[in-house]
Design a protein. Structure first.
Length: 67
């Protein structure tokens, strides 16, 4: 009887451990997905910023002088 109770405890611990591992794996996968999204956003912003600075460089500054 004690052996049966012990084997149930071991099974319960393994089940809990497996569940925790699965939760951690899913959380880690979500973090990687978010990291990829953030990296893509940063790349897009850098390209936009670069394009804006290129456009600004080709502009000529105009000053107004009163007579």
């Amino acid at each position: 009887m004690a052996l049966n109770a012990l084997s149930n405890d071991v099974f319960s611990d393994r089940s809990r451990s497996t569940s925790t591992d699965n939760n951690r794996r899913r959380a880690l996968a979500r973090l990687y997905e978010r990291r990829i999204a953030v990296d893509e956003l940063i790349d897009s912003l850098e390209r936009y910023q670069s394009a804006q600075s290129t456009r600004r460089a080709s502009c000529v500054e105009i000053t107004f002088v009163k007579k």
